[in-house]
Design a protein around this ligand. Structure first.
Ligand SMILES: C[S@@+](CC[C@H](N)C(=O)[O-])C[C@H]1O[C@@H](n2cnc3c(N)ncnc32)[C@H](O)[C@@H]1O
Length: 331
């Protein structure tokens, strides 16, 4: 057994906010993620939103040679890009890239022979590469098909939501996933304009339903809402957070970066109270019973330097929590 003194300290990534950026994606809050997540530099860490592999690269650099990162992405193009970027680490056996939905993280890891982890990262939403590729249909700024699937090989696409769902379902999606105040009007306009073939056509209908000065914010909310529905994003997040509590060794940590309040609210409640209602459950002595202990009460956000270098960091909120030991669930 090695003594505690033998355990190397994680290396601090230098504070260049774009140090791990590539043409694929510029990962946000890298320094805070690595410092917050790594408690055992020889451990196994899951990057459940691999994207272009930026956070994985930062983690691998901070870990000891025995430390490992297992990446997961449901977009096969992301796993392929990360495998190429981290080919050396792949060959050394320090990195593995799996394809799948992070909602199924336990089953995916089981196939890789892993049942306990030391840390897990979720950097939610889509990557710059996905947004910037018109053919993926994520952006209202470029003409593309109504697709929006993170895994373009399977499942429901935006075309079905926009052209086939009933008006009341569409209204519910815009309200629930976009918090869109004009959901009813926009849903009515979309149904009246069917069939819609492209992102530009959809954007035109949305613009026509609201005042010009509200157009950009409305378009962001509508496209976000449809994307969340297409990819079942909130359900996947809830399943992944539940799975993470089962996979995590006591003392291991979860780090979640959210980009909008629907995600952040869920993450905060689960990490603070262990349930989605944000309900404090207490034992007979009045102690809170919860799987996680938050590391910071407030989310970590990007500093000025990162905001100047990477505008995408503007909405990022990082929450980190530590798994309590089961016997220690009451605090
Ligand atoms: C914001 S990007 C992550 C970027 C990454 N941290 C990096 O450094 O490049 C989010 C990624 O997570 C993936 N993703 C989102 N939801 C997912 C899910 N439920 N299961 C697996 N991957 C998911 C997306 O396909 C996308 O590649």
């Amino acid at each position: 057994m090695s003594g505690e003194d033998d355990i190397p300290e994680p290396h601090e990534p230098e504070h260049d906010p774009l140090r791990y950026a590539t043409g694929y994606h510029a990962p946000v809050l890298c320094k805070a993620v690595v410092e917050g997540l790594v408690t055992d530099p020889r451990g196994v860490y899951v990057d459940a939103t691999l994207g272009g592999g930026g956070h994985s690269a930062a983690l691998l650099e901070a870990l000891a040679p025995e430390g490992r990162v297992i990446g997961i992405d449901r977009d096969p193009a992301a796993s392929a890009a990360a495998r190429e970027r981290l080919a050396g680490e792949l060959a050394r056996g320090r990195f593995l890239a799996l394809e799948g939905n992070f909602a199924d993280v336990e089953a995916l890891l089981a196939e890789a022979g892993v049942s306990t982890v030391d840390g897990l990262l979720l950097d939610l939403g889509v990557s710059s590469r996905q947004i910037d590729a018109p053919e993926r249909g994520f952006s209202y700024r470029a003409e593309g098909p109504l697709d929006m699937r993170m895994n373009p090989d399977t499942g429901l696409s935006a075309d079905t939501v926009v052209n086939a769902w009933e008006e009341r379902e569409l209204r519910r999606v815009l309200r629930a996933y976009g918090e869109e105040p004009r959901a009813a009007k926009i849903a009515r306009a979309i149904v009246a304009a069917r069939p819609l073939a492209t992102t530009t056509e959809l954007a035109g209908v949305v613009r026509g339903a609201v005042r010009e000065r509200e157009a950009v914010k409305t378009l962001s909310r509508v496209f976000q809402a449809i994307r969340i529905a297409v990819n079942g994003e909130l359900e996947a997040l809830e399943r992944a957070l539940a799975a993470a509590a089962r996979l995590m060794r006591p003392g291991g940590r979860i780090a979640v970066i959210s980009y909008h309040s629907l995600e952040d609210r869920r993450v905060k409640r689960i990490l603070r109270y262990g349930n989605l209602e944000g309900r404090a459950v207490r034992d007979l002595y009045g102690n809170l019973i919860a799987p996680w202990r938050e590391i910071h009460r407030r989310p970590v956000t990007a500093d000025e330097a990162e905001l100047a270098a990477n505008p995408r960091a503007r909405s990022a909120r990082l929450r980190i929590a530590e798994r309590r030991a089961d016997a220690d669930d009451a605090v």
